[in-house]
Design a protein around this ligand. Structure first.
Ligand SMILES: [Zn+2]
Length: 506
């Protein structure tokens, strides 16, 4: 909605409007201008291979929670954010990937709420910083100061990006915009505040930018001063910060440049003042892309260019299908529970989400795994667990439509034992296959036992002598060639013997 504001009220509300409307907290200074100039100059010296080769850029996402571990962004949302980033850069040779195919996790209320002003936060972030990746800290808010608390930013002094998690949850292009800053791009409205309050009743835009380190030049529509005014790039027309006005992606305010020519901004530019509203999809212009290539070639960017690693950029297209435990299954043991799903074509990684809550909002444990199964740590007995799986690759992580249906299971505590020195034990899972036959056992002190696999006619098929340690553990039986059917697993200690039925379903 277009704000209806009187001239007087502009004076009093402009700061507040800035806080509400400004989507970007990156401070652009004289140093930013110098960085861009250096990028442009270096681009001119690059040869064709440096400009046209694929540029694989590692990104390390630091998923920050408050000091007790609450509020952390979901891994799913960040993988999806990486997908958006690559889509937004699809007309460039940059290809971003998840460094080490994993996330960094850290609990700190200082970083989570106050990365801009807290010294503790800054010191912790320096420790967490990955030396060979673009570092993105995903937080709740960026300052304890209410002004601009929801605003993401690039910090040129520390070379890291702080991303408000809501941007990832909403699937915005905010990260793409900040990566533009990382690679030295200026706002196309550089020098102007992003501020609402002027409309078509003020067709003559204030002539000089109010805060312009380039020297107060106003960019002309005809390109006559494009290398020294605005963002210093010539294929991005003037933008005097109109995006704060809500022109629904089509500026019709009628502002004129110093020559009296109507200004026609590029509303869908990633670095424009309309970016981060709703003018999707946003793009970079050729001059912006070339400037980013120049920045990427700088020696100060060696640290993200050092690896010869080539990520997997094949987009997975088939969803995951779950196998075990079946939906609504009641398991005989709460330890040694292994979740299993089918291999998905072209997928190198899987995001496994396991939660005690129906909508995965709390009591959730997430894993990134390379195999299509995962043994979980001990579960709370007799409680419902929900789980789902999404396949992805480290350089192609569009997740939409790839998540399996959500299944649930419950696990009973391990069956108690009538052998005195064994607390509890059972075959897990059951039924099982011949090659994966195993049992879980819980002991108060170490014990020597013999495990035997026995046929229904009493014939002993395999024997394993074991020294079992104190505590809870899962023990695999020798791999035998059993056909489908019923068998028995027998444990023998010096104080007794106990048998459990096993069903083999290969
Ligand atoms: Zn910005």
């Amino acid at each position: 909605m277009k704000p209806i504001i009187t001239l007087l009220s502009i004076l009093f509300t402009s700061v507040q409007l800035f806080a509400q409307a400004a989507p970007c907290g990156t401070e652009q200074t004289k140093a930013s201008v110098d960085q861009l100039k250096a990028s442009k100059a270096l681009f001119q010296k690059l040869d064709i291979t440096q400009t046209e080769d694929s540029k694989y850029v590692p990104v390390k996402f630091h998923l920050i929670a408050d000091s007790v571990g609450n509020g952390r962004v979901k891994e799913y949302d960040i993988l999806n954010q990486l997908c958006i980033l690559n889509e937004d850069f699809s007309n460039t040779d940059f290809q971003f990937y998840l460094k080490d195919a994993d996330f960094s996790y850290f609990n700190s209320t200082a970083i989570f709420e106050d990365s801009r002003t807290s010294t503790l936060a800054k010191n912790q972030m320096l420790t967490l910083k990955d030396a060979h990746a673009i570092n993105v800290f995903v937080v709740n808010t960026t300052s304890s100061n209410t002004q601009g608390s929801n605003i993401s930013y690039f910090d040129p002094n520390n070379d890291w990006i702080v991303l408000v998690k809501k941007e990832s949850e909403d699937g915005t292009n905010q990260l793409s915009h900040q990566i533009g800053h990382f690679f030295s791009l200026l706002h196309t409205y550089f020098g102007w505040p992003l501020i609402g309050g002027f409309d078509s009743s003020y067709p003559n835009w204030p002539i000089a930018p109010v805060n312009d380190p380039t020297g107060g030049l106003t960019e002309n529509q005809d390109g006559s001063n494009c290398t020294i005014a605005g963002d210093l790039l010539c294929d991005t027309p003037p933008d005097y910060g109109f995006g704060g006005l809500d022109f629904s992606c089509n500026y019709t305010g009628g502002a004129k440049d110093p020559k009296g020519i109507l200004v026609d901004p590029l509303e869908n530019n990633q670095m424009g003042s309309f970016a981060l509203s709703e003018c999707y999809p946003y793009t970079f212009t050729p001059d912006q892309i070339n400037a980013m290539y120049g920045d990427y070639a700088k020696s100060s960017r060696d640290y993200i260019r050092q690896s010869s690693y080539v990520p997997n950029t094949t987009q997975v297209t088939e969803p995951a299908t779950l196998v075990w435990p079946g939906n609504n299954e009641n398991l005989a043991s709460n330890i040694g529970v292994t979740l299993d799903w089918n291999d998905v074509p072209n997928a190198e990684y899987y995001l496994l989400e396991v939660s005690r809550s129906l909508n995965f909002s709390s009591l959730t444990q997430n894993y990134i795994v390379t195999e299509s199964q995962k043994e979980l740590p001990e579960l709370t007995a007799n409680k419902k667990y929900y789980w789902k799986v999404t396949p992805f690759n480290d350089g192609a992580s569009c997740m939409n439509g790839l998540t399996s249906p959500k299944w649930k299971f419950k696990a009973s505590p391990l069956a108690t034992s009538n052998i005195k020195e064994i607390n509890a034990w059972d075959v897990i899972p059951n039924p099982t296959t011949a090659s994966t036959l195993k049992f879980a056992i819980e002991l108060d002190k170490a014990l020597e036992i013999t495990a035997q696999l026995v046929a229904v006619n009493g014939q002993v098929l395999s024997t394993k002598d074991l020294k079992v340690n104190t505590g809870k553990q899962v023990i695999s039986m020798p791999n035998t060639k059993l056909s489908n059917g019923t068998y028995f697993l027998r444990l023998i200690s010096k104080n007794g013997m106990e048998t459990r039925r096993v069903v083999i379903q290969n």
